[in-house]
Design a protein around this ligand. Structure first.
Ligand code: ADE
Length: 229
């Protein structure tokens, strides 16, 4: 998969993509990530990429021209264009799975007070990573890249994401939170690991984990049980 990220702050991505699993995925060519400064595409004599909003109001708004030109120069028939905005549709694991099947993603990081609405006409998705407002789309872009890259074939073993929180309960067509996990020692300062996990009885362990997942989901995220995905 190729991912192009359009941003005014390319340095923000350096640390995140140069560590751990993402770094390895890039080195092993499971994913190619290009950070593009769309200021390089502006035709403004002063290199401007924003302007004041029509109708008045505070702050500056990203203009169409640099982003249109940049997207048009890199998009192909296999590209999906994503705009990050708190006004977008909520990002969920289901969408991470869907996007992990694409060949080429172009991710546009909004900034300042916002962007000219006409930019949405060249986008396939407008996505929000949560109900809070960040200073720009860079951190949301990192969230997307991380959650998508780990799902690409060979990046982490399949078993690991089958065991994810938000794994699908296929029988009931719902997503559940992960069950609690433990490691050695079996007794840490009197805090004991549930007996069943030490029993070696695989069927009981499977049942225990499923029930714990369900209990947790009911307590913490009842919305997941209501919504048919
Ligand atoms: N830009 C600012 N806040 C955002 C959010 N919550 N999701 C996506 N993009 C954003």
């Amino acid at each position: 998969m190729r991912i192009d990220i359009l941003t005014l702050f390319p340095n923000m991505f350096e640390g995140v993509f140069n560590e751990s699993i993402i770094k390895r995925a890039i080195e092993e060519k499971k994913v190619e990530i290009n950070i593009i400064n769309f200021r390089d595409y502006t035709k403004d004599p002063h290199n401007k990429v924003d302007d004041t909003p029509y109708g008045g109001g505070a702050g500056m708004v990203l203009t169409c021209q640099p982003i249109f030109d940049c997207v048009e120069s890199i998009r192909t028939e296999n590209s999906k264009v994503i705009l990050l905005t708190p006004a977008g549709i909520p990002y969920k694991q289901k969408m991470a799975y869907e996007l992990s099947n694409e060949k080429h993603l172009i991710i546009i990081c909004g900034h300042y007070e916002g962007f000219d609405e006409r930019i949405t006409t060249i986008c396939d998705y407008e996505i929000s990573i949560g109900d809070y407002v960040l200073t720009g789309g860079e951190i949301p872009a990192m969230v997307l890249v991380d959650s998508i890259t780990r799902l690409l074939p060979g990046v982490i073993n399949e078993e690991s994401h089958r065991e994810d929180s938000f794994k699908k309960d296929v029988m009931n067509d719902i997503y559940l939170l992960d069950y609690p996990t433990y490691t050695k020692p079996a007794d840490f300062r009197g805090l004991k690991v549930p007996e069943v996990l030490i029993s070696g009885h695989h069927e009981n362990i499977r049942k225990f984990r499923y029930e714990e997942s369900l209990k947790r989901t009911k307590e913490r995220r009842p919305d997941l049980l209501e919504v048919k995905k």
